[in-house]
Write a new protein. Structure first.
Length: 614
């Protein structure tokens, strides 16, 4: 005999006469290992189960409820689904066809009008974090509108969903957390990571951005709260690179945190323990990488983001042999900086090989960029890498990296230990090395002091100064300082954006040297070609493609990067050049190769425009 609850359930289904409801319950049934909701309920005893669809408000606090309930597809469900929701843009016909009558006020607003209203609203928030929260709410509510707004106002909104505001959002993630925007894989999920991946509602994942939260921008260990970074990076994959949101998966691996403030914070969202290291860490990562391949196949791109350098280099080197992996901080940053250096030659003159590069910071970003510069010079001049590396010098927290320190250097610094006297201070290194290009990748703000910048200006007619550390608070110097201390002669770009500066009645426009120029187009290129491995030549191709997008008009303003306003076109060009390289290297699996790769890239790109519903 049918149980009462099942009977009620079916009656309700009939009453609703909605196929969606049946689909909803069937889905729940499948997820529940083939048991119907009602079966589960009858086994579970009193409380829980489908009766709670109607009765959960009456249940007492000590009664167990089944958290998921059969979803009944009235149009209400459609309004709550960010992928399909169009808010007031639903037409009369759609409102009838999808049971929306009465659920919306009568006005019908086009997507353009909704966008106009939203940007006006956003501009009224004076606190950047409030804008961030409003944007995240919109993403949760109406994905198409979120992306249309972001794409159409990219210069204005990039600093909101990305650096610098995303940094503050991560610092306060525990307090502002509303809704999970990606997958959390902690030590507690050890042994079941594959199951956890299956909990994500999308199957066709093409890009994963994963962090373990240990080096979030220049803000240090933010543990599980680093989730803001993969979420932000993937929103750029879609907005700037056109990878559909349904193909993007943000993941945070939580192995604990060494941040005492978070460990003592009652709102902290991660596991409260010191970071797992060594074998325990390696095993979790190994299980994760294996599960990713098992669940999504060989061609899913895994982008490592904001890992501390003691794990980042090792993970990249280990998994680049077996997976399609890319470390944005090491490789993406290298590619964007090399692009800026190539384009700066139009302003500085000469070839890359004529320049001398000095870095403050010898970690992921610093040594990653250094290596790509040396590789590019080597390719252009046919000189061996060991020789071209001598053009590049790095300073870390202990001073200039020199031969006498080699025994105590981390492996990624060793190639940069050149013959020289030890030097402690950056300013003394500038005086001794006489660089034409100064690059900050230390994560420490205000380290390009007046004396450092003035020394650069005394050595160079046009000193090239890149203050790459993020967010703005960690920038090695501001745009205003760079221009003032060089009497307006510096070519300046920074990791986080600065406003244009008026210097002696001339408007000087600083560029933004951020890997956001590269990874969206780079990833799209890999996906288009069905790449199975990443190769350094693809990074060089991306750099050259980006440098080629800088126009005379940009150069006239002192810019070495094109503005972000054209980023989708720029990304399509980067994607095409990267894909071409993938095919050339025989690493492509999507065959045959499309003839016009730029057109093909454009045709692959996600559009945020609303679709009409039948
Ligand atoms: N603009 C962009 O696109 C990107 C910017 N970044 C930014 O770059 C910064 C660094 O990132 P990443 O390379 O991954 O970090 P790492 O931790 O790998 O490297 C930091 C380096 O800076 C050195 N350092 C720290 N403090 C000082 C100091 N006071 N003086 C001199 N050197 C110092 C460290 O020295 P030691 O080794 O001795 O500890 C280390 O070599 C971050 O702020 C990040 O946001 C990163 C990626 C992309
Ligand atoms: C931009 C970036 O990836 C970083 O600052 O870490
Ligand atoms: Mg990063």
């Amino acid at each position: 005999m049918m149980s009462l609850s099942r009977h009620n359930f079916l009656k309700r289904l009939v009453r609703e006469q909605k196929v969606g409801a049946l689909m909803g319950s069937l889905l729940k049934e499948i997820r529940n290992g083939g048991h119907s909701v009602a079966d589960t309920e009858s086994k579970a005893g009193f409380g829980g189960g489908v009766e709670d669809v109607y009765g959960e408000d009456c249940a007492t606090e000590d009664q167990v409820l089944t958290p998921w309930t059969a979803s009944v597809a009235s149009g209400y469900t459609l309004l709550r689904d960010p992928r399909y929701n169009k808010g007031l843009a639903f037409t009369e016909k759609e409102r009838d066809a999808h049971y929306l009558r009465g659920l919306l006020p009568p006005a019908i607003l086009t997507q353009e009008l909704q966008e106009k209203k939203l940007i006006q609203n956003l501009r009224q928030y004076e606190v950047p974090l409030h804008r961030y929260i409003a944007m995240m709410d919109l993403q949760e509510r109406n994905e198409g509108l979120f992306y249309k707004l972001l794409i159409d106002n990219v210069e204005e909104l990039l600093p909101v969903v990305y650096t610098p505001t995303v940094g503050e959002a991560c610092q306060k993630y525990g307090s502002i957390f509303r809704h999970p925007q990606g997958l959390y894989i902690s030590l507690r999920e050890k042994g079941k990571i594959l199951e956890v991946l299956k909990n994500w509602p999308e199957r066709g994942i093409q890009v994963i951005v994963v962090t373990d939260g240990e080096r979030i921008l220049g803000l240090g260990d933010l543990g599980c709260q680093g989730m803001g970074i993969p979420v932000g990076k993937l929103s750029l994959y879609t907005a700037l690179g056109g990878v559909p949101p349904s193909a993007c998966l943000p993941i945070t691996i939580d192995v604990g945190t060494n941040n005492e403030k978070l460990l003592n914070d009652e709102f902290y969202i991660g596991i409260k323990q010191k970071r797992a290291t060594g074998q325990e860490y390696a095993e979790l990562l190994e299980e994760f990488m294996t599960a990713v391949k098992q669940n999504y196949g060989e061609k899913v791109l895994v982008q490592f983001e904001d890992f501390a350098n003691h794990n980042a280099f090792e993970l990249l080197s280990k998994y680049s042999k077996t997976h399609l992996v890319f470390n944005d901080d090491i490789q993406g940053t290298a590619s964007v900086v090399l692009a800026g250096l190539i384009s700066s030659l139009k302003l500085l003159g000469g070839q890359l090989a004529d320049h001398t590069f000095l870095f403050l910071g010898a970690g992921e970003a610093g040594t990653g960029i250094a290596e790509l510069i040396a590789l590019e010079i080597s390719k252009k001049t046919n000189a061996p890498l060991e020789e071209t590396r001598k053009k590049v010098w790095l300073v870390d927290s202990k001073g200039l990296i020199v031969k006498s320190r080699i025994g105590s250097l981390q492996h990624f610094k060793k190639p940069w230990a050149h013959d020289h006297e030890p030097i402690k201070e950056l300013v003394d290194a500038v005086k001794a090395i006489k660089p034409t290009v100064l690059i900050g990748t230390s994560g420490v703000g205000k380290t390009f002091t007046r004396e450092v910048v003035e020394t650069m200006a005394s050595l160079n007619e046009k000193p090239l100064i890149l203050a790459l550390s993020n967010p703005t608070s960690q920038s090695e110097c501001t745009a205003e300082e760079a221009y003032a201390w060089t009497k307006g002669r510096a070519i300046f770009a920074s990791g986080s954006p600065f406003d244009p500066v008026e210097y002696e009645k001339k408007l000087l426009v600083p560029g933004q040297a951020n890997n956001a120029y590269i990874f969206p187009g780079f990833g799209l290129g890999l996906i288009m070609a069905g790449a199975i491995r990443v190769h350094d030549d693809m990074l060089l191709a991306a750099s050259e493609a980006l440098a080629a997008q800088v126009t005379q008009e940009n150069y006239d303003k002192g810019l070495i990067y094109p503005p972000f306003t054209n980023i989708r076109k720029i990304s399509a060009n980067i994607a095409a050049k990267v894909a071409a390289k993938v095919y050339e290297l025989g690493l492509a699996s999507n065959l045959p190769r499309p003839k016009d790769l730029v057109k093909y890239a454009e045709s692959c790109m996600y559009s945020p425009l609303y679709r009409s519903y039948r």
